[in-house]
Design a protein around this ligand. Structure first.
Ligand code: 7TS
Length: 424
């Protein structure tokens, strides 16, 4: 028998977040960090790909399924009311967490990829025509390139790309010059998953708005490291994935300003996005439901809600300071290693170190690190244009989460020493 009540599922947030983040204590919330990989303690440094989940999130998932599981928005029975309250409660908490004006500005989707596709489909198709222009940056993940490229191909529009310098920073003068009277939207990431660059999105939004152009932020890597206040950023759309912020896979969010959402046609069609249907005519529902056709990922939303409570309770500013410290330590230690080159040396950086080792293919580095229990990502990180910009096929990427500590960096450096000894 479980003792969790439906009302207890999801959240417990202290009144005030502490000023300092206690990573050692937080590690105890993540059971996977206590496991062995290939006989060695796991050193998890692949957080940009996905983060691990704290007990608070997995307990919320189990609690939901054991006490409250039901479909939402359709039953009069008790469980359906509870599930609906939890789902809509999650929406309200996410809205509050990111500073949205109201819950209706939060659309639940599968993740960042779906959020960007939704905007391309429902905002892009009606608003981008032949000869128009879309601005993205050279730092984008494929999921903020390919949907825009397809839209431009379909419409006969032009994709313009903001270049970067050798540190991996966007050239803002060039950005200003890319605007024309045909610019329809700007889409840029908050933090680069391949280089860690933090982009000045508030400034970039102000430039776009001065010309009457909306701006979408791909926040997949922004929210987990920096937190976000969408009103302070001044963005029109902000997309993020639950699984990169300690929540389950398969749930994500598109924030959209109400003014834009209210003018957008549906994305997918089916149940829940309608008010009434006859064979002659369908009357659509209002946002956010208009964009959430079909049974949603209710458990995912409950898990996301728990992750939001977890991050809110720990305090995103405190988490950010802790991660900055670990990143700085790692940059120093890796920077001291002979034959190791770091890609992405922006002045404003978060969460990521991409590097190569002279004479060793990144995949070989990753494979040897794995034998030491150290999990990193190797490859192009779904950002091939960045690799092309630097003239390399791939990098090794260590990416940090809130539970990483300096000892993880020491383990990485020791394992890289092993790589060196094998390839000497
Ligand atoms: N945008 C950025 C900046 C990302 O880093 C990613 C995923 C996505 C969009 C797509 O997110 P999804 O949840 O819809 O897949 N990035 C990575 C990565 O760096 N390694 O694996 C996935």
């Amino acid at each position: 028998m479980t003792t969790t009540t439906p009302e207890a599922v999801g959240r417990s947030r202290p009144a005030k977040a502490p000023a300092v983040f206690d990573a050692a204590a937080a590690r105890k919330d993540f059971p996977i960090l206590g496991t062995l990989v290939r006989g060695k303690p796991l050193v998890y440094l692949d957080n940009a790909a996905t983060t691990q989940k704290p007990r608070q999130v997995t307990a919320a998932l189990v609690g939901y399924y054991e006490t409250s599981n039901s479909n939402v928005h359709r039953g009069v029975h008790r469980l359906s009311e509870t599930a609906t309250r939890l789902y809509e409660g999650a929406r309200a908490h996410v809205a509050e967490f990111i500073g949205a004006a109201e819950p209706a500005e939060i659309i639940f989707v599968r993740g960042t990829t779906e959020a960007i596709n939704l905007v391309c489909h429902s905002w892009g198709r009606p608003n981008v025509a032949a000869g128009d222009e879309v601005i993205i940056s050279g730092l984008e993940h494929h999921s903020n390139i390919v949907p825009w490229q397809r839209l431009c191909e379909e419409k006969g529009a032009r994709l313009k790309v903001i270049p970067m310098n050798d540190r991996g920073e966007l050239l803002l003068d060039e950005y200003e010059r890319l605007f024309s009277d045909r610019t329809r939207i700007v889409a840029v990431n908050h933090v680069s998953n391949a280089l860690g660059t933090i982009n000045p999105v508030a400034e970039m939004a102000a430039s776009a708005h001065a010309r009457g152009v909306p701006l979408l932020v791909d926040g997949a890597q922004g929210l987990p490291h920096l937190g976000v206040d969408v009103r302070a950023l001044g963005c029109d759309f902000y997309a993020f994935s639950g699984h990169k912020m300690y929540a389950p896979m398969g749930i994500g969010v598109l924030f959209g300003r109400k003014e834009l959402l209210s003018k957008m046609p549906p994305y997918q069609s089916g149940g829940d996005m309608i008010k009434s249907v006859t064979f002659d005519r369908t009357i659509y529902n209002d946002p956010p439901h208009l964009f959430e056709a079909g049974t949603p990922n209710v458990a995912g939303a409950v898990g996301l809600d728990a992750a939001v409570a977890y991050l809110g309770g720990a305090g995103q500013d405190a988490i950010r300071r802790h991660e900055e410290e670990v990143l700085e330590y790692a940059t120093g230690r890796l920077g001291d290693m002979e034959g190791l080159r770091i890609y992405g040396t922006a002045r404003e950086k978060a969460g990521v170190i991409s590097f190569t080792m002279e004479g060793v293919h990144p995949h070989d580095v990753g494979t040897i690190l794995d034998t030491e229990g150290v999990a990193v990502r190797t490859g192009h990180h779904c950002a091939q244009p960045i690799m092309e910009r630097f003239g390399i096929p791939a990098t090794v990427r260590a990416s940090f989460g809130l539970y990483n500590v300096k000892a993880d960096v020491d383990a990485l450096v020791a394992a890289l020493g092993k790589v060196r000894s094998v390839f000497r």
